[in-house]
Write a protein that binds this ligand. Sequence first.
Ligand SMILES: Cc1cc2nc3c(=O)[nH]c(=O)nc-3n(C[C@H](O)[C@H](O)[C@H](O)COP(=O)(O)OP(=O)(O)OC[C@H]3O[C@@H](n4cnc5c(N)ncnc54)[C@H](O)[C@@H]3O)c2cc1C
Length: 459
Amino acid sequence: MKEKHIEKLKEIVGQKAVTTEVEDRITYSFDSTRLEYLPDAVVQAKNTQQISEILTFANEENIPVTPRGAATGLSGGCLAVKGGILLNTVHMNKILDINPIDLLIDVEAGVITEEVDKSVSSYGLFYPPDPGSLKSSTIGGNIAENAGGLRGLKYGVTEDYVNGMEVVLPTGEIIELGTRTVKGVTGYNLNSLMVGSEGTLGIVTKATLSLLPKPAARASLLALFDQLTHAAQTVADIVSEGVITSTLEIVDNVTINAIEDYLKIGLDRNIGAMLLIEVDGHQGAVDVEAEIVKKVAAKNKAISCKMATSAKERDALWAARRAALSSLARVKPSTILEDATVPRSKIVQLVEAVNDIAQKYDMPIGTFGHAGDGNLHPTLLTDLRIPEEEEKVEKVIQEIFEVTVKLGGTLSGEHGIGISKAKYLSLEISPEVFDLMKKVKRTFDPNNILNPGKMYFDD
Ligand SMILES: Cc1cc2nc3c(=O)[nH]c(=O)nc-3n(C[C@H](O)[C@H](O)[C@H](O)COP(=O)(O)OP(=O)(O)OC[C@H]3O[C@@H](n4cnc5c(N)ncnc54)[C@H](O)[C@@H]3O)c2cc1C
């Protein structure tokens, strides 16, 4: 970028909100993948008007702009792969309005996910999407990736809670999408198109999110199994018994050991897998559903299936689950987390296939994830400083994705395509559909300045 471009950015957002110092740029060159790209300038945006002016100017001058939230993304989405401006939205973090009658909350895009939930708790309400990263991820990043979470099985994912939003288009116009109503079918559903578009079609500046009344009661259960496949079968059987649990998470032996090494909470290191299950609703329904879960677990040879007896015990279970990725990241120098998702009926086959692939390549893989949604995170544990490991990792990932798609699944349940999965897109998406996606991108962003280099849109 030229000096005159930096001066223009400073004119728009102020001197202190623009940096080109190399140390600062390095700080913003990472996300939660192992990838790294250096932007030319980092800009801290404070409001919609500034973002509009930046995009208008960047579009005229053909400068790439990459939006960034908390950088917890797991597909390289917020990395400035073509250099240019890294646009940070985390300072746009105001809760604007809470409406307990319409069950809506208005927030700026940089609000942290957990803050949304906390801010409505005193109204007896909750915001269901709860990604494992909820303490740091932003609503803008959640919308861009259509983030899921631990409660996805019963309550769905981010797209189910985004009523509307304010967006700045790559050409600088500020638009409003969606409605404040329960229903609304006026025109194409561009609100939904924006959700999951990975910051390639527009920058979300504000969002209107819908809320639900908090369930009256909940119960958490921990089921232990000798074998991972028995745990996986239990997942499918619980749902076919007619119980939609709010959470149904699986953690394998490799991950259990990593969590125990990290948190030292007394997990049994020898078990094959554990399921963390939560049922919620009215007390009567919770009691009935918890009993069904216990019976199904017993039928699938569970070593035990116990209910947490206190809030402290329950919180410890969920803290352990949320620590899965950070625990695995301590095992080896390189951690590569995947996001394979299959129909629930195929979860046992996916688990078996991942185990076979791990053995075939002698690659330790820790598997955990939202099993109730058919969404597993096989996590490769390796050391990419060893030259031959890179090639091995590529083969392992390719095979995991091939089997996932063969089982009727999808490359990404919640982490998006970004850069890390772009080269596998053709396994799932036909050339006709991909061509249509490219045309959509061009319509929104004729000069390809917004988040270029993602999803292979610019090839
Ligand atoms: C420990 C851990 C656990 C995780 N658990 C889950 C999980 O359970 N479920 C899940 O779905 N994900 C999970 N993730 C992944 C990640 O947290 C989500 O993808 C999250 O939505 C990213 O939010 P962010 O604010 O960090 O976005 P970033 O990483 O900063 O950006 C992600 C993408 O969003 C775009 N973007 C950011 N802000 C905006 C905006 N305002 N407008 C337009 N585009 C924007 C970026 O350009 C990029 O493409 C986890 C990550 C970690 C590290």
